[in-house]
Ligand binder design. Structure first.
Ligand SMILES: *[C@@H]1O[C@H](CO)[C@@H](O)[C@H](O)[C@H]1NC(C)=O
Ligand SMILES: *[C@@H]1O[C@H](CO)[C@@H](O)[C@H](O)[C@H]1NC(C)=O
Ligand SMILES: *[C@@H]1O[C@H](CO)[C@@H](O)[C@H](O)[C@H]1NC(C)=O
Length: 344
């Protein structure tokens, strides 16, 4: 034992004889200092760990949280900034349904229709963000090109989540909905995609989304009627200024026999596609309008006389569709429409 190299740095006095070589190796004093050093090092390590945890979990995240801005009342009905006028036969109106952050396909579609931001009026029919990969690129493009928008149910949910995250008042509609969906205020971990997106929105993104109205009047459209754009649909038994905004954002069907109640679930008994009812009801309020809408990926592209459903399931690997309205080449006072699509 006395001949071997001591690996154990903490000498223990086994016996009077064996302890001999270790006695000059370390004293009781040095042993005490070494314990104190360990306590000091341990304290420093614990402190640094806490500081690191603080930096990564509290300081840095709050440093990168964008400023929260107060939401304004969501407009019920807006007018197109530059409607198609017979005096300007070179302009076109391009309406695109549920893009859902599929920016590449959106840009492909704009190339295919030869979109000219100076001459054409582009209108997105809601649900331009969420679900797909590039919601922020979509927002930047829409803002930079001053694109006309209407609100989709997903933009509305994002605004609700934004208000919750920044502890602001919830977004309100100019016409209070009968059946609102108050968002549940929950401080626990929230991985809802709309919440995760809302957390990262910069003030300019929020201002843009908040500027989208529920209904937009499009002016003259093909077929001789006035057009409106809305995300999901309109109730044919009500005039435009009587519409319930939640119906307009979420409806897919109307429930018989009176068809004066909407549902987003097309499978419930007695429910019929709202567009079917709307086309029967032409001549009654508010069917003085041809309606351009999205939202109904389940039914896909649905072109009827007075309703034009443009959600062709891009987010589910279908197509992205544009309705291009332009002046007839031969008759300058006549408008014509054409569907242009790209694969998603
Ligand atoms: C929007 O709703 C408000 C409140 O109901 C109403 O006074 C206003 O006329 C509506 N706007 C339009 C353009 O219909
Ligand atoms: C629908 O219309 C019928 C008949 O006019 C009426 O009795 C009923 O209360 C209406 N339902 C709703 C939800 O307004
Ligand atoms: C629909 O158009 C007709 C004829 O122009 C008009 O009398 C009626 O008031 C309009 N209805 C609505 C709801 O605007």
């Amino acid at each position: 034992m006395s001949e071997s190299t001591p690996l154990n740095k903490r000498p223990v006095k086994y016996s009077e004889d064996e302890s001999q070589p270790y006695d000059d190796y370390i004293t009781d004093d040095e042993f005490t200092i070494s314990t104190n050093t360990k306590i000091v090092i341990g304290t420093i390590v614990a402190f640094l760990t806490l500081v690191t945890l603080y930096i990564f979990t509290i300081f840095l995240p709050s440093y990168f949280i964008p400023e929260g801005i107060t939401l304004t009342t969501i407009q019920n009905i807006s007018e197109l900034k530059s409607p198609l006028l017979p005096s300007n036969p070179h302009s076109r109106m391009i309406l695109i349904g549920d893009i859902h952050g599929h920016y590449i396909e959106f840009r492909n579609l704009l190339s295919k229709v030869k979109y000219n931001s100076k001459k054409d009026t582009l209108v997105v029919l809601g649900d331009f963000i969420t679900k797909g990969p590039d919601s922020f690129k979509m927002l930047e493009f829409l803002i930079d090109n001053d694109v006309e928008c209407i609100l989709g149910n997903h933009e509305y949910y994002v605004l609700q989540n934004y208000a919750m995250f920044h502890r602001l008042d919830q977004p309100e509609f100019a016409i209070p909905p009968i059946h609102d969906h108050p968002i549940s205020i929950d401080d626990s971990y929230n991985d809802d995609p709309e919440f995760l997106l809302a957390k990262k929105l910069q003030p300019r993104h929020v201002r843009y989304i908040n500027s989208c109205s529920v209904i937009k009047k499009l002016g003259r459209v093909p077929g001789g009627m006035e057009g409106i754009a809305v995300h999901a649909g309109v109730r044919p038994d009500l005039t435009l200024s009587e519409q319930d905004p939640i119906d307009n954002l979420e409806m897919r069907s109307l429930i018989g026999p009176f068809y004066n109640e909407s549902t987003s679930d097309p499978t419930i008994p007695g429910a019929k596609s709202w567009s079917k009812v709307y086309n029967w009801k032409n001549g009654e309020a508010p069917a003085n309008y041809t309606v351009y809408y999205g939202h109904d990926a389940g039914r896909g592209l649905k072109l009827k006389e007075f309703t034009k459903g443009l959600d062709s399931r891009c987010d589910r690997g279908g197509k992205l569709s544009a309705m291009v309205i332009s002046t007839d080449k031969k008759k300058k006072d006549k408008l014509v429409e054409e569907i242009v699509q790209v694969h998603c």
